[in-house]
Write a protein that binds this ligand. Structure first.
Ligand SMILES: Nc1ncnc2c1ncn2[C@@H]1O[C@H](COP(=O)(O)OP(=O)(O)OP(=O)(O)O)[C@@H](O)[C@H]1O
Ligand SMILES: [Mg+2]
Length: 347
């Protein structure tokens, strides 16, 4: 224990000297100041910045109980010990409940030094705890900033790719080739949107996937120039938080199936409805994307296609350990079910 700064609230100088004598006898190194008025007490609390306060209960112009209240407000971690002749047991217990560290009777001053040592040790432990908590908080904040920054950069890079694809598509004369570029662009966009939602999310590792579906669908309708009165979009999604490892593949799946419905379900500017449902029951997630359009051509085996879109859907569903089903009853309905995986590793 280093040198302690001890503030003594005591009107009788001889009593203060007795306390100092006891501390010296127990080899406590200290520097002390004695005060007896409220004004002096507050001043020394600010200027002297004591490590410890020893206070008498009643003084001619001030009292220990008020001093305790002042200390709790201005310097809550400074241990406060009553040293008094007149403390009744009940009052002493009340003061302990009220935040005093200890009480010592003036006729039993041998208890003073052990009480001081205990109080200082406890204060040190508390300070250490507070310090390590603050360090943890700082490290966490730093990590969050870092993660945000990364998501931001990944998003920006994906947007650069998206913009490059768009710029290049202007040079393409062939309609089918043009569409290939546009589809690649919306794939990059749908991933960029996940990273955007991630750095906006307080959690940084999970996004509200229902909200993501809303934003993504609006973006896709925009980039395919669909008039909202021609193809109606019905979205019925719950607020469900998904980990980035699930959100990325699932986002791409939504992108593929939604663009397919827009491109093929309603040829010759026919009207129609596209419905997206996302829900969770027990631990099973269900994503349904359906349209009431012309349906897949007979003979198309969606699990074995040469085309990239549906193959992506199959691969990405496998990646999240999910299952795809197709229903042809009225138009096309894809139903993806999966359980959220536990991801280990860096988080
Ligand atoms: N909702 C739908 N309604 C009608 N036909 C569809 C629908 N979805 C897919 N198809 C048919 O299935 C085919 C395969 O789709 P898929 O997404 O695999 O390839 P694509 O859209 O032609 O090309 P891309 O690789 O760019 O996605 C489409 O060409 C289309 O004929
Ligand atoms: Mg497709």
């Amino acid at each position: 224990m280093g040198e302690l700064k001890v503030l003594i609230l005591e009107d009788v100088q001889y009593d203060a000297e007795l306390m100092e004598y006891e501390m010296r006898r127990e080899s406590l190194k200290f520097l002390s100041r004695r005060v007896e008025t409220e004004e002096d007490f507050i001043r020394e609390l600010n200027d002297f910045k004591p490590d410890l306060i020893l206070a008498d209960h009643s003084l001619p112009h001030f009292d220990g109980v008020s001093a305790l209240e002042i200390t709790k407000k201005r310097s809550p971690h400074t241990p406060f010990i009553f040293v008094s002749g007149k403390i009744g047991n009940e009052f002493a217990v009340d003061m302990l409940k009220n935040g005093a560290k200890d009480y010592v009777f003036k006729n039993n001053l041998t208890k003073l030094a052990p009480a001081i040592k205990r109080a200082i040790t406890e204060r040190d432990e508390l300070e250490e705890l507070i310090n390590s908590r603050n360090q943890l908080k700082e490290a966490l904040e730093e990590k969050e900033m870092f993660l945000k920054e990364i998501h931001h950069r990944v998003k920006n890079n994906l947007m650069i790719i998206s913009n490059l694809l768009e710029l290049q598509s202007y040079y393409i004369k062939d309609k089918a080739d043009f569409n290939v570029f546009r589809d690649s662009k919306t794939r990059a966009d749908s991933m960029a949107l996940i990273h955007e939602k991630l750095y906006q999310s307080t959690n940084l590792k999970k996004i509200d996937f229902g909200e993501y579906i809303h934003s993504l669908a609006i973006d896709i309708f925009d980039s395919y120039n669909i008039a909202p009165d021609r193809i109606k979009l019905v979205i019925d999604v719950e607020e469900i938080m998904l980990d980035i490892n699930t959100a990325i593949p699932l986002g791409l799946i939504v992108n593929e199936l939604l663009t397919n419905s827009l491109k093929y379900a309603f040829p010759e500017d026919k009207n129609g409805i596209i419905t997206i449902i996302f829900s969770k029951t027990d631990d099973i997630f269900t994503l349904i994307i359906k349209d009431n359009g012309i349906g897949l051509k007979p003979g198309i085996d969606f699990k074995n296609t040469e085309s990239l879109g549906l193959e992506l859907v199959n691969n990405l569903t496998r990646q999240i350990d999910g299952n795809v089903e197709l229903d042809y009853d009225d138009g096309t309905e894809f139903r993806i079910t999966f359980k959220e995986l536990e991801y280990k590793g860096i988080s």
